[in-house]
Design a protein around this ligand. Structure first.
Ligand SMILES: Cc1cc2nc3c(=O)[nH]c(=O)nc-3n(C[C@H](O)[C@H](O)[C@H](O)COP(=O)(O)OP(=O)(O)OC[C@H]3O[C@@H](n4cnc5c(N)ncnc54)[C@H](O)[C@@H]3O)c2cc1C
Length: 395
């Protein structure tokens, strides 16, 4: 069966590996002139690493990724700390918690696919439209070229053209929140900034997440800020250090040190979309951000796309003679979980940007209550414990 994947991002490439592993003839069509990712990090939580490890990528993931020792919470102005999560040797989720430079993770998936199926990726192929005739899907690209496949997967991200071709324009809503993201060279910052574990700085109208990538040579910095004057949702929008600093007036000196040393600060508007009622029509389906884009507060966007790829490959392989049924089974296995993660992620906003955090005592009380170990475990165990390889597929 020939499967065409539209989009060569993290979701598309990992799905290609999962499908190739099950014996499908898979091809990836990417709009860009080369496969690449902006300079920023991505956290592979245990559920995501479990999915990727099942694709026979253990050596590559462990070589390239950085295993986080744990996460610590900091109060925004005093830098008072609390434990958030013990990982590394104390990780209780049954699979590693790894952090990556996005380009490294994408590069690792790209190399693995190139090795296993040379020539599987076609560049400069921007999806335009699709039509389904009998058991064939015909795809046309913006350059006028056409291909046919037995099945098409739209892994073309938040602004998915494949999703539009199936279900029309989506309803997107700005949250009033934007993100700063970028990388800080480790040698530019003080030794009292943790370069082995992750940190989460909580403030009344913003919060910051940092974690090491490239084995601690770089620190990935993401800050989510309540601000309604930036509404562009896209990876490549650059801001300036001066503008970023304005959002952290009054914050601890270590925050200033990190912000001042971000190599290129990128800006990203946080937008929410309602979950889709359906992901598939006939022999075309969706995967990753194309069908369940999420706010980044639980770091699950890419992780969910890895799970999608593994479950989709399993469903198609189990129902080879009935691909449309396989797509329904894939959706049923994935919709409830991804919707729950998207909803929980949206709810995090009140927890991480909370007026109680303005004052020291109330702020620490808020942190002690919300990040008490039992509560943290309840919030995260069902996410990190999921196994895309064994989750039930019901007919
Ligand atoms: C601030 C921030 C931090 C994040 N941190 C994390 C994290 O730590 N962990 C995590 O799991 N997730 C994180 N995410 C989310 C994660 O980045 C996305 O969920 C993930 O990249 C989705 O993968 P995807 O393959 O579905 O889409 P994308 O990565 O967007 O890839 C889509 C691909 O399709 C291509 N494409 C688009 N249109 C077309 C077309 N018409 N034709 C052909 N190709 C096309 C694009 O060029 C791109 O290569 C974060 C997001 C943000 C905003």
């Amino acid at each position: 069966m020939k499967v065409a994947i539209i989009g060569g991002g993290l979701g598309g490439l990992s799905a290609a590996l999962a499908l190739h592993g099950k014996g499908f003839d898979v091809e990836v069509y990417e709009q860009a002139a080369e496969l690449g990712e902006v300079g920023a990090g991505v956290q592979l939580t245990p559920n995501g690493s479990r999915a990727l490890l099942s694709l026979d990528l253990e050596e590559e993931l462990l070589n390239v990724g950085t295993e986080t020792t744990g996460k610590t919470i900091y109060l925004w102005d005093t830098a008072e700390t609390r434990d958030f999560m013990r990982l590394g040797e104390e990780n209780q989720y049954g699979a590693p918690y790894l952090t990556f430079h996005r380009a490294d993770l994408l590069g690792l998936l790209k190399e693995a696919l190139e090795k296993r199926k040379p020539g599987a990726v076609y560049l400069n192929k921007c999806f335009k439209s699709q039509t389904q005739v009998d058991d064939t899907v015909n795809v046309e690209f913006e350059d006028g070229t056409r291909i046919s496949a037995d099945l098409v997967i739209g892994a073309d991200g938040i602004h998915s053209a494949v999703r539009r071709s199936l279900f029309g324009q989506d309803q997107a809503e700005f949250t009033g929140c934007m993100a700063w993201r970028g990388l800080v060279p480790a040698d530019a910052i003080d030794e009292d900034i943790d370069l082995k574990g992750g940190s989460m700085w909580l403030g009344p109208k913003a919060h910051i997440v940092t974690y090491p990538v490239r084995k601690g040579k770089l620190l990935n910095f993401i800050a989510m800020v309540d601000r309604d004057d930036w509404t562009v949702e896209g990876w490549n929008q650059k801001g300036t250090t001066e503008e970023a600093m304005q959002d952290f007036v009054g914050w601890h000196k270590n925050v200033h040190l990190m912000v001042e040393n971000i190599e290129t600060p990128y800006k990203w508007a946080l937008i929410v979309r309602q979950p889709l009622a359906d992901w598939s029509k006939g022999r075309v389906t969706l995967l990753g951000d194309a069908c369940h884009s999420t706010l980044p507060f639980l770091s699950q966007g890419a992780n969910m796309s890895f799970e999608d790829g593994v479950v989709l490959a399993r469903a198609l392989s189990a129902f080879l003679d009935a691909p449309e049924k396989a797509l329904r089974i894939y959706e049923e296995a994935r919709k409830e979980r991804t919707k729950a993660i998207v909803e929980l992620s949206a709810k995090q906003l009140k927890r991480v940007h909370n007026p109680n955090l303005q004052e020291r005592d109330q702020g620490m009380e808020h942190i002690d209550r919300e990040y008490e170990s039992g509560r943290v475990d309840t919030r995260y165990r069902w996410i990190y414990g999921y196994d895309a390889v064994t989750t039930e597929l019901s007919e």
